[in-house]
Design a protein around this ligand. Structure first.
Ligand code: TRP
Length: 357
């Protein structure tokens, strides 16, 4: 800036201000999705669903996708499982308050333009880059894939970039584990724009208040496949049983023994789900001093969780009575998503110069 005249400098600043303003004024288009591999749990709720409910009011457009194609990347031999869980994940979301009047709810496989876009994006990503994705790496280890990883599984972050970009979405409410997918999406945006001209905008991820909820066994992550989850559809009895089995402090044997709060799953959950912070802080002090039994804090947690889950479970049961109505919601949403996808694909074909006829 040193060598610029006042006039030049002023001009640059105005240009910069206009750029900032146009970024601020950009339409907020949010998108998120679930793999239909099982019912959703409390980890999904605090990591992403709470933000979805907010965003459907705050964003200009909000899309919710059932990622059945992504779910098939490591379930190719279990198509019925994926098919059956489409309804389950949609029921969970509707029961938590996702409103089809505000949200476009659709099925990934019914928008084939996403697959088309994926093929073009794949040319911009190297095998080395795919193998570096930390979430994919973790999942591969967990599933024991090594070199025999299905190719579709290894490239799912690229297909996820297509999920995000087909409707030009720019805000992605997801759990912490999805951050690498957003980074990969932004690299694709930059490369695509550099090669074919400005087409897509960079995207931001939005993580919930609790990006990662520990499992009931104390494992660092609550997960369907880890068998350590409390589901949004769990009954009072199931919640009670799970909380009663929660990991606390193995050295806290007698009520009068001093106990450890750190690493204690019951307190970790009370911190998140119990709104009476003052009482929790007093209970922690008492627990550390000795004289507070595990059963007391567990009973408290059961009631707190039941208060949260009961209305969700009841709404879910009601919605589950009419699966055809839920499928109708998906059909209408999918139609809308497909129209948008066709438009984007026409733009993309043009800039990639494959618009022949
Ligand atoms: N990978 C996400 C998950 O496992 C699901 C998903 C698929 C998604 N496509 C997406 C999330 C696009 C956000 C945006 O939870």
């Amino acid at each position: 800036m040193v060598n610029l005249s006042c006039k030049e400098r002023g001009f640059k600043e105005i240009k910069y201000m206009i750029k900032c303003r146009s970024m601020e004024n950009k339409e907020k288009i949010a998108l998120t999705g679930d793999r239909p591999t099982g019912r959703l749990h409390l980890g999904h709720f605090v990591g992403s669903i709470q933000n979805r409910i907010k965003l459907q009011d705050e964003a200009d457009q909000f899309f919710y996708m059932v990622a059945d194609i992504q779910a098939l990347t490591d379930n190719a031999e279990r198509p019925e499982k994926i098919r059956n869980n489409v309804l389950e994940v949609v029921l969970d979301n509707l029961a938590c308050g996702l409103d089809p009047k505000k949200t476009t709810m659709f099925i990934q496989s019914e928008v084939p333009e996403i697959a088309e876009l994926t093929i073009l994006f794949l040319n911009l990503v190297t095998l080395a880059r795919l193998k570096r994705n930390p979430t994919v790496k973790d999942e591969m280890k967990q599933k024991g894939f090594e070199e025999n990883v299905p190719a579709g599984f290894l490239i799912y972050p690229v297909s996820q970039a297509a999920d995000i970009l087909f409707c030009h979405s720019n805000i992605i409410p997801v759990g912490e584990d999805q951050k690498p997918m957003i980074e990969q999406t932004n690299e694709i945006v930059d490369d695509f724009n550099r090669i074919y001209g400005d087409t897509f905008s960079r995207v931001k991820h939005l993580v919930g208040d609790t990006p990662r909820l520990i499992g009931i066994d104390g494992n660092s992550k609550m997960g369907k496949s880890l068998n350590n989850a409390i589901y949004l559809s769990d009954s009072y009895e199931e919640i009670s049983k799970k909380v009663m089995n929660m990991y606390t402090d193995p050295n806290h044997i007698h009520v009068e023994d001093p106990g450890k709060v750190e690493g204690n799953v019951v307190f970790a959950y009370l911190d998140i789900f119990d709104s009476n912070k003052k009482e929790i802080s007093e209970l922690k002090k008492q627990y550390e001093k000795g004289g507070l039994g595990d059963v007391v804090i567990k009973k408290r947690l059961i009631e707190v969780l039941e208060k949260l889950i009961k209305p969700i479970r009841e709404k879910r049961e009601e919605l589950a009575q009419n699966p055809e109505a839920v499928m109708k919601i998906l059909e209408a949403g999918t139609k809308h998503a497909r129209e948008i996808a066709k438009k984007t694909m026409a733009e993309v074909r043009k800039v990639v110069k494959i618009d022949y006829f």
